[in-house]
Design a protein around this ligand. Structure first.
Ligand code: TYM
Length: 332
């Protein structure tokens, strides 16, 4: 079976180190081995209210982040979800395949809806069905994501399986494989090593944004929470200390070293040593991306062209599959 890669990022601003290490970095490496489709998932973004002007700007910014991270738009498809109507159409169809019981188990809905889930949008509740539609619309076989999306991916697999069984079309939808980074699948907050780094966290000091300048990166790393001990000499001990574990994990991922090797370099030292080194490598890796994003954002018509070109290509693929799906279901 041909390898087809699909993934998406929400245009909700504040793209951060978690998005980069959990997703974008892998998007870039996969482009050398497969056909890749990368989507700015604006339909997902509106499951919570978005100011229209800000949304528009964030769609461009996310597109710019794809390009600035190193995705080649001439070889891959980069587009925004709402421009290809197949996503919404398949989402409805799959909402009729997906089960309430399955959606009720989604922990991200519980987290995002909070205590007052009666007031959450219906879109937020059925959001995992839309995610399944995104993937299955292109019959994607592989989906690079961070660990927080694992449960949604499992749901996509269940939906694909049920559709194939219900309509007796064995192997029509491939069962998509999640590609979750092995070493750092979840980048944690700089303020609390037990919480994931997130764009919606109130404190900007909890995350490194792709747009942060060198000074701000150093400040944030200096202020990052640690404990009172020195850096341990073994991974077992490190794993018990969530903030230390997170900082070392980030360091080893950015420099492209095994965690053991990074730990050897740092063990016995105090945190200021690690923090200095970490700031240095982060500035080296992240700032050029931010600068490139800035530059791209100054030329909206160039970004618009990239999206337009990607949308055309995505639409052709989506229409072809939607046509078959309509036939399978029995629509005339
Ligand atoms: P989103 O926009 O929240 O995040 C985009 C990608 O970044 C990853 N990520 C992280 N990885 C590691 N550590 C973190 N702290 C961290 N925070 C975010 C996410 O796992 C994701 O890969 N529902 C998805 C978007 C989506 C999608 C899809 C993904 C819509 N349709 C189809 C794959 C396939 C989301 O909200 O990602």
């Amino acid at each position: 079976m041909k390898k087809i890669v699909f993934s998406g990022v929400q245009p909700t601003g504040n793209l951060h180190l978690g998005n980069y290490l959990g997703a974008l970095k892998n998007f870039v490496s996969l482009q050398h081995e497969a056909e890749c489709i990368y989507c700015v998932v604006d339909l997902h973004a509106i499951t919570t209210f978005q100011d229209p002007k800000t949304l528009r700007s964030n769609i461009f910014e996310t597109t710019a982040a794809f390009i600035a991270s190193g995705i080649d738009d001439s070889k891959n498809i980069i587009f925004n979800q709402s421009s290809v109507s197949g996503h919404a159409e398949l989402s409805w169809i799959l909402s009729c395949v997906s089960r309430m019981g399955w959606l009720n188990r989604m922990t991200q809905f519980k987290d995002k809806a909070g205590k007052d889930k009666e007031k959450a949008s219906v879109g937020l509740y059925i959001y995992p069905n839309l995610m399944a539609a995104d993937i299955l619309l292109y019959k994607a076989t592989h989906v690079p994501v961070g660990a927080d999306q694992k449960q949604h991916l499992e749901l996509s697999r269940d939906i694909a399986q049920k559709f194939n069984n219900d309509f007796k079309v064995r192997n029509f939808f491939p069962i998509p494989e999640p590609l979750i980074p092995k070493n750092i699948s979840r980048v944690m907050s700089l303020r609390d090593g037990t919480k994931k780094m997130s764009k919606s966290e109130e404190s900007d000091y909890s995350r490194i944004n792709l747009s942060d300048n060198p000074d701000l990166i150093s400040k944030k790393i200096k202020k990052a929470k640690t404990d009172s001990g020195n850096i341990p000499d073994n991974i077992k001990e490190l794993e018990k200390r969530s903030e230390a574990f997170n900082l070392l994990n980030i360091y080893s991922e950015i420099v492209g070293q095994k965690l053991e090797k990074a730990l050897n370099e740092m063990s016995g030292k105090d945190f200021s040593f690690l923090k200095d080194k970490l700031s240095e490598v982060l500035v080296e890796k992240i700032c050029p991306i931010g600068k490139k994003m800035d530059k791209l954002m100054q030329d909206k018509s160039h970004l618009e062209n990239i999206i337009k070109k990607g949308t055309e290509k995505a639409n052709i693929k989506a229409e072809e599959n939607i046509k078959k799906i309509r036939e399978i279901i029995g629509f005339v």
